[in-house]
Design a protein around this ligand. Structure first.
Ligand code: PLP
Length: 453
């Protein structure tokens, strides 16, 4: 029963990104099963999963073809590693299948268990690459404030989340954080286009200050997910690419969220019109059916690394786990077979966007934005000034999130904004339901704020 699970959980389970004391006082929600676009809790509530879990469930919940593929694989080869001169069919086939959909010239894949390990792999691989090319001094990474690159020491250091840095003495040395391209919050009086260029030039400034001869790479999410679905102005990424190329700094696209179709292109960098040297991925590669991530390596780094790198002293027990590879292969078969990336680009994506962008007419919403099936609402008491609420930052976001859940829709709060990333299989009727529910949620949040004065 719910009480039993809550009791066990409170007694023994420490949750990620949670305040255990208040969690135990409030009681956790117990999710018992899921199907299609919905999750179900232990009290019988059916809730539209507007976040695809944690940006994972691209092909929707309960896809038995993926479950069967994992099960068949584990019955055949439950586990073997990919160290020491061994591979297995699913790992080899998955590396090839990913190379097939990767941007042109990116033909090699290194597997990890998830996104944070992929990001840490990039730090070690890129530094190893530069050392192998005779430039070991090129070791500094440029990243952005308010970026999220995972929770390992390396990932949390590259990330620009202040509360994460505050716990555990991060960032590690050799990382410089620069302006994020977040026009709504930090664009001031500039137009979005001008602000995009301004933010990109901060990258140039940081590289030049550190000395390009010392800078290994720039890393960024095409769209910052956990930072609040920050969609950069169109001017930003092409300028960042130009700056990196001119200074011989590698470009890393962290596609843990954007990768495998979320933006309507296979990779977010393609939506943004840039060609990175390395791509990190996780989540959508298996639609969350099995933990798997990795790094896609472009020709330049792959050639240097393979020709001159010798042994790479790095890897994970579960690098290329057979179950994960089988899940990813089955997931890719569904993405291809049901043309889901195209569906995000030209069918369900534009349909939901049209309804979502209209939410900007609500008195509580300052900006509504969405690309493919990833979007955000900025809540504000004053649209013209892009003002913050008088309450402590995040209070209104949490209120709205809880009201949303009670109305049967998962939206996640980031500060005082709401973010959304539903499955690619969302039906048109579910998109209407989602948008209608969002209006009700905003109305209730607005009324509650008025009542509180
Ligand atoms: N990078 C980005 C852009 C992410 O959004 C995340 C997770 O949300 C990660 C890295 C870390 O991935 P994981 O939680 O699988 O370690």
């Amino acid at each position: 029963s719910t009480a039993h699970w809550r009791h066990l959980d409170a007694a023994h389970h420490l949750h990620p990104f949670s305040n255990t004391k208040s969690l135990n006082a409030e009681g956790v929600r117990v999710i018992t099963h899921a199907a299609g676009s919905y999750i179900f809790d232990s009290e019988g509530n059916k809730i539209l999963d507007g976040m695809s879990g944690l940006w994972c469930s691209s092909v929707g919940h309960g896809r038995h073809d993926i479950v069967d593929a994992i099960s068949d694989q584990l019955k055949t080869l439950d586990y073997y590693n990919t160290f020491f001169k061994t591979t297995h069919p699913a790992a080899a086939e998955l590396a090839a299948a990913i190379a097939e959909v990767a941007p042109a010239g990116m033909r090699h894949v290194f597997f990890t268990s998830g996104g944070s390990e992929a990001v840490d792999t990039v730090i070690r691989m890129v530094r190893h690459y530069w050392a192998a090319m005779g430039k070991p001094e090129k070791h500094i990474f440029i990243a952005r404030r308010n970026a999220y690159h995972g929770s390992t020491v390396g990932g949390a250091s590259l990330g620009g989340m202040k509360p994460m840095h505050a716990q555990g003495g991060l960032p590690i040395p050799g990382i410089v954080h620069v302006q994020q391209p977040y026009w709504w919050a930090e664009g001031g009086d500039m137009t979005p286009e001008a602000f995009g260029l301004h933010a990109a030039r901060e990258v140039a400034r940081a590289i030049d200050e550190a000395g390009a001869e010392n800078v290994a790479a720039f890393i960024g999410e095409p769209i910052q997910g956990a930072g609040g679905v920050v969609i950069p102005p169109a001017t930003y990424w092409p300028e960042v690419q130009k700056i990196c190329r001119e200074r011989d700094v590698l470009l890393v696209s962290d596609e843990v969220i954007c990768g495998f179709g979320r933006t309507g292109e296979w990779f977010g960098c393609q939506y943004m019109g840039v060609a990175p040297d390395l791509i990190t991925f996780a989540k959508g590669v298996t639609s969350g059916y099995f933990p798997l991530g990795g790094v896609i390596v472009g020709a330049r780094v792959a050639e240097g690394f393979i020709e001159h790198g010798g042994e790479f002293n790095h890897g994970f027990t579960y690098s290329g786990h057979p179950g994960g590879c089988a899940a990813a292969l089955a997931n890719l078969r569904i993405l291809h077979g049901e043309k889901l990336v195209e569906r995000v680009k030209s069918e369900i994506g534009p349909y939901l966007q049209a309804r979502w962008l209209k939410l900007a007419e609500h008195p509580l919403v300052g900006e509504a934005r969405m690309v493919g099936l990833i979007g955000a609402l900025e809540l504000t008491p004053d649209k013209a000034r892009r003002a913050k609420f008088a309450q402590e930052e995040g209070t209104v976001g949490l209120l709205c999130r809880d009201i949303s859940f009670s109305e049967g829709l998962v939206m996640r709060a980031v500060r005082d904004g709401m973010i959304l990333a539903p499955p690619f299989t969302l039906s048109f009727a579910e998109a209407d339901l989602l948008a209608d529910t969002a209006v009700r949620v905003l109305d209730r949040t607005y009324a509650e704020l008025q009542a509180r004065g």
